[in-house]
Design a protein around this ligand. Structure first.
Ligand code: HEC
Length: 284
């Protein structure tokens, strides 16, 4: 195990350096995707949406069996549909802000130049609720609650209705480039007591084991959210996973839908351009 990471750390310096000299997002994207093609020549590019399961036929067969016989996120989709259809206090519904439910998943995230911010799907659902209900998604103490619970259920319904679309995020430009760079830096920066970056695990060591887990490639990381994790016994958002991985290396967490994770989602979504939206997901 230690051996694997020493090798990985050497690769980090080399590959990170070659990313750094690239000119911009389009070149980053080509290099990022080429890396996985080279590392996993036998895996169909379209299968990266299935995370670690794409890399292991036995795990994939078990997972597909569960997905087809008892998808664990089904009750969440039902709950989310109810939320989507229930009118706000003012009589409006989510469709009034977000448009046809089938069109929603593929629109996010995007860079909003007017507000100079990245708008995520969860953020947009929360903003819609705020506008029409006077309050966004909050917990019992009235604090923003954006990494699980009702907003994750609502996202499960929206993701289900948007299944099959392809990620097609516009190449960042103008001030959007600053958000892209912020997300990219977050992804490659070493952090926490273990001093590891996202890339250390999900680029340079993807396909290797860490304890009982097979490390998934970062390409395809954003496709299937929200995700029901058997380990958690509930449905959670992409930003919840970011929080989990930050905790794993004993680094500081950032808040769900804060600028750090929005920028990270923006960068990672661009790196997954061409992959299929296949949420909601299930993972062990
Ligand atoms: C110490 C290694 C490690 C680091 C560093 C790490 N992760 Fe993870 N991550 C894991 C493990 C283990 C899993 C669960 C198995 C898997 O899917 O890779 C995981 C899962 C994920 C998943 C879910 C994959 C799926 O298919 O559902 C995402 C997304 C993710 N990580 C993103 C990140 C991001 C972003 C960072 C940097 C902030 C990061 N990780 C840093 C180990 C790591």
């Amino acid at each position: 195990m230690k051996q694997a990471f020493v090798t990985g750390a050497v690769a980090v310096t080399l590959v990170a350096a070659s990313f750094a000299v690239q000119a911009g997002p389009a070149e980053d994207l080509a290099a990022f995707q080429a890396h996985y093609k080279k590392q996993f020549p036998d895996i169909n590019q379209a299968d990266f949406k299935d995370g670690a399961y794409a890399l292991d036929p036995t795990l994939k067969a078990q997972w597909e069996e569960m997905e087809s016989s008892f998808p664990p996120y089904e009750p969440d989709i039902d709950a989310g549909k109810k939320i989507w259809e229930t009118p706000f206090k003012n009589g409006k519904t989510y469709a009034d802000c977000m448009g046809d439910v089938k069109s929603v998943r593929g629109k996010y995230p995007y860079y909003d130049a007017e507000k100079n911010t990245v708008v995520t799907m969860v953020g947009a659902l929360d903003a819609c609720k705020k506008t029409n209900d006077g309050e966004g998604f909050v917990n019992k103490e009235g604090k923003p609650f954006l990494n699980k619970g009702a907003v994750a259920q609502l996202s499960a319904y929206v993701a289900m209705e948007g299944r099959g679309g392809k990620i097609n995020l516009a190449t960042p430009e103008g001030k959007g480039l600053e958000w892209y760079e912020k997300g990219k830096n977050f992804f490659y920066a070493k952090r926490g007591q273990l001093n590891m970056s996202c890339a250390d695990c999900h680029v340079y060591n993807a396909g290797k084991m860490i304890r009982a887990d097979l490390l998934s490639p970062a390409m395809g990381h954003v496709t299937h959210w929200p995700t029901y994790r058997s380990a958690d016994g509930e449905i959670t958002t992409l930003h919840n996973r970011f929080m989990g991985c930050n905790t794993m290396v004993r680094a500081n967490n950032f808040k769900a839908e804060g600028d750090e994770y929005k920028a990270l989602e923006y960068f990672m979504t661009y790196m997954s351009n061409g992959q299929e939206w296949n949420g909601p997901g299930s993972r062990k």
